[in-house]
Design a protein around this ligand. Sequence first.
Ligand SMILES: [Zn+2]
Length: 462
Amino acid sequence: MLRIYDTKSRGLAAISAKSPVKIYACGPTVYRDVHLGNLRSFLLPDLIRTALASASIECVVVQNITDVGHMVDDTGLEAVDPGQDKMLQQAAIENVTALDIARKYEAQYFADLTALNVHLPDQTPHASETIDQMVEVIAKLIELGFAYQGDDGSVFFSAEKFSSYGAISGNTLDQLKPGHRFDGEVNAAKRFHGDWALWKVSDERRTQLTWETPWGVGFPGWHIECTAMSLNAFGNHFDIHTGGIDLRFPHHENERAQSNSLTGTEVVGSWVHAEHLLFEGRKMSKSTNNVVLLRDVMAANISPAAVRLVFLENHFRQQLNLTWDTLVAAEQTIRRWSDQIELAKDVDSELKVEMSSHLLNNLNTADAVLALRAKEKSLAKSPSARANAIATAADLLKLDLTTAPLELSDEIKNLVTQRSDARAEKNWALSDQLRDELTKLGYEVSDANSGTQLRRAILPPT
Ligand SMILES: [Zn+2]
């Protein structure tokens, strides 16, 4: 059984072993590259899957791809104006179609997940391909009296009709001031300031990403997308809904109001949110030139496994202040472990059980990594047992410790051979001298069991 913190009940929820566990994860808005802060949130369903897998519990993960309708700039990337569709803006900047933008950044997103060794979602419905379902649920909300058409033709959800609004975030309707931006705009057509658009009519300036509906030509609101897709995938109930902490309000609050009103039941079992990530003490933001992508980290010769390790070493509910120093230290750890695993023969069952119990206890990945570190220390004098422990932990936590072979010039290959010979002859002075030469040429030299191991030197930006 997995115990996990549920934002709504503000306590640990038990996810029973009924198989498979149904998980819906809010996915990316695919108009730009995701940065490390986004990736931390998107890792959350994979961590849940990892914890469940350690207890042989299966799960199904559905993650939406937002390729239309997300208007609010909640990213800190101020290049995109709030109130404008992000896809359309980026399409204008890159001079291609909105769909080109969506497919380009979706492919990049999955490449980043794959590099982080994330098990890709089982289903990835696209907003642009789920319009029929959205129209269907909006029509039903109108029929049930939870939604209405405003003077401009747009359809709004009537917030006051949903009595437990605010249960997730604590932002109840009486606390919300008029003029609060729910959808990136203050819309005169809605009856109450807390209402939000389910369907927005568009004018002739919007030439892409519009659809014909009973309410005119337009496009969906962001929140209704997740209601339509999650109900479509799972029916009236699923176990876990994940997202970044910033999605608590208004996105998840509004989604819950819509989904529960439609079905007359509490659709989501547990709401699980990943905390923010800071980089060098500051929020990731383009305006402060503080956006770091996975490929920036890889350009510093730091592996995606090191990034995954840092994420694991910090509990998902704790704010993480990531620094280049932390990433460098994690890469050094990954390299140290990688140099040792070839001696691994058996599974370290004791460690596996201990780590699994940490994972099942509110995804305590930090203690799971600490368990490995303690074991590594305790087995300092037993290389093969230590290798078993490292390989077992790496397998459980999905840390890829394989080292991709480098393409080396003849000059470098020659130096490596000379150094191996020097070591075989116990000529330590020459061996050290050759190591220094390789270091100057940008390589890090370590001595794995099979011989000299060469890697590119870690080069964080200065
Ligand atoms: Zn969502």
